[in-house]
Design a protein around this ligand. Structure first.
Ligand code: ADP
Ligand code: MG
Length: 279
């Protein structure tokens, strides 16, 4: 499935609606959790991609998901807003509680859920429309009012306004990669979600654009909960409050304050991974 398809599904345009208790997994401080997984398992056919994951994701914080390639980071992220529903071979067990409700309950509307839990992908995927129309897209799909002020606010929050002011009619595809990714973030937050999921949002960008995205993510956490998958450990250390380390076999090896994970992890395996001994 292409990224564009994912975006359309995210906005409810196409796509049918067919469809462990590690001690480290719970929060120790007085932060409220917005998403909690319990006993979350995912299989793709016979491939057990995620095993018994318990995690409490704190509200209005940045949570980073790190781990070696293929360890289930994207799978975990996609479970949170039911993007895995689109993968025919995927089978999911366990609970993902979002503000207390299990998102896998029969009566949960996955499209409505994805409006509250938005997503930004690795490769910027603006629609072949103007900058303005990209930001307005989700609102129009939902029949919500669109006006210049709403568009400007979303672009300002995505730290793009100063670069596109006066050229909102320009095609989004003419922006640089880093600008396109910030536009995708503006599009995701224009509908005012609670949570923004990001799957390696800067890995296709140059260092300057990456740094802008990192600054932006830290700012976003004032209003949104951000869960970001990254293969870049320095990035996780720089921008996140909490870090989850997945290791091979889709197991959550450790979940704790980012500083603790990087300075004094509990397990030798995590320490070996953090220090680059494998992965
Ligand atoms: N759509 C899919 N169909 C089948 N297997 C998949 C699919 N997506 C991921 N997998 C498998 O699940 C495991 C975890 O993948 P993924 O979540 O993409 O890991 P990561 O994001 O950490 O690299 C891998 O073995 C991968 O091959
Ligand atoms: Mg991935």
């Amino acid at each position: 499935m292409s990224n564009t398809d994912n975006s359309l599904i995210e906005f409810g345009v196409t796509g049918s609606e067919t469809e462990q208790t590690p001690e480290t997994g719970t929060l120790t401080e007085d932060t409220q959790s917005i998403i909690s997984t319990r006993g979350l398992d995912v299989w793709y056919g016979d491939d057990h991609a995620l095993q018994d994951v318990d995690m409490d994701i704190p509200k209005n914080r940045v949570t980073a998901i790190i781990g070696p390639s293929g360890c289930g980071k994207s799978t975990f992220l996609r479970c949170l807003n039911r993007m895995n529903d689109m993968v025919e071979t995927a089978r999911i067990e366990g609970e993902v509680r979002f503000n207390g409700t299990n998102v896998y309950d029969d009566d949960v509307d996955a499209i409505a859920l994805r409006r509250q839990i938005g997503m930004v992908f690795q490769h910027p995927n603006p629609f072949p429309k103007s900058i303005y129309d990209n930001v307005a897209y989700g609102l129009r799909v939902q029949d919500k009012p669109v006006n210049d002020e709403i568009i400007e606010t979303a672009l300002r929050r995505a730290a793009l306004w100063d670069e596109v002011e006066g050229q909102l009619d320009k095609s989004a595809r003419d922006l640089s990669g880093g600008q396109q990714q910030r536009l995708c973030i503006a599009r995701a937050i224009a509908v005012d979600p609670d949570v923004v999921l990001m799957d390696e949002p800067a890995s296709a960008l140059d260092p300057v654009a990456t740094s802008k995205i990192e600054d932006l993510i830290e700012e976003l956490a004032e209003e949104y909960t951000v869960v970001i998958v990254t293969h870049n450990m320095q990035q996780a250390a720089r921008i996140s409050d909490k870090t989850a380390v997945f290791l091979t076999g889709g197991k959550l090896a450790e979940f704790d304050d980012t500083q603790k994970i990087f300075e004094n992890p509990e397990s030798q395996r995590v320490e070996d991974y953090i220090t680059g001994k494998f992965g």
